[in-house]
Design a protein around this ligand. Structure first.
Ligand code: PEP
Length: 244
């Protein structure tokens, strides 16, 4: 039995006051008993969110980390620093970063650095609309995974996020999502048989309170990576409720 995860990716949103209000509401409304609940604030607010979430059961994720351990890399954030600020997780390979030029090899290198620091990577994969329309969705996602599976570790999470569903309001149907999640599971069975059944696979792409339950009911969907809807405490708590 895989424990569900609902992770909120706040992207580059928020301010000190907005984040204080959001986390205080989440702390009283989300139920973390049977679901891992994670929030991923922008780097400057990690410390604040760590203080506000202490003792609540809500976990913390970085939105990215460097593939380098430390050193002269201006503007980068080391995996060790995320651990130092209380993170247990890090989102890697988000499509918004891939669109800005991040390659499969870089995502794999970042994942290795993150694991060495003790972080659990949430590894994002997903096809564009053009790739889906040309029938290449499974091949694209499998190629992205192929770069990552060799070093897959217990605790790693995969997030299937079709690019055409991120921030667009257009959600994959539960059937479309389950179809890809089962392809991902089958690929893991082939490549990493001992980890395949325990690895949690999240769906991301316009998950909201009103579509979460039917998505999370699918056999291979173990929760969600949530962008826009994670910025409002009531909506995010309802999504967590749907994953219980
Ligand atoms: C995301 O950023 O990972 C995401 C899924 O965004 P949204 O929920 O807004 O589509």
């Amino acid at each position: 039995m895989r424990r569900s995860i609902v992770a909120g990716n706040w992207k580059m949103h928020g301010s000190r006051s907005m984040i204080e209000d959001l986390v205080k509401s989440l702390a009283t409304s989300v139920n973390t008993d049977t679901c891992d609940v994670i929030v991923s604030p922008p780097f400057p607010y990690l410390s604040l969110v760590q203080q506000l979430t202490a003792g609540t059961g809500i976990g913390l994720a970085g939105q990215n980390c460097s593939e380098h351990a430390q050193g002269a890399h201006t503007g980068e954030v080391a995996a060790d620093m995320l651990v130092d600020l209380g993170c247990e997780w890090v989102i890697l390979g988000h499509s918004e970063r891939r669109q800005a030029g991040e390659t499969d090899a870089q995502v794999a290198a970042k994942a290795a650095t993150a694991r060495s620091a003790g972080l659990k990577p949430i590894l994002c994969v997903g096809e564009s609309l053009a790739q889906r329309q040309s029938g290449d969705a499974v091949a694209v996602v499998t190629a992205q995974l192929a770069a990552l599976v060799e070093d897959l570790s217990a605790g790693d999470v995969i997030a299937y996020e079709p690019v055409w569903a991120i921030g667009t309001g257009e959600t994959a149907t539960p059937e479309q999502a389950q179809e890809m999640h089962s392809e991902i599971r089958a690929f893991l069975v082939e490549q990493q048989p001992t980890l395949a059944q325990q690895t949690r696979i999240l769906y991301g792409g316009s998950v909201k309170a009103d579509n979460a339950a039917e998505l999370f009911a699918a056999a291979d969907i173990d929760g969600g990576l949530v962008g826009g809807a994670s910025l409002k405490a009531d909506g995010f708590s309802a999504i967590v409720g749907a994953a219980q």
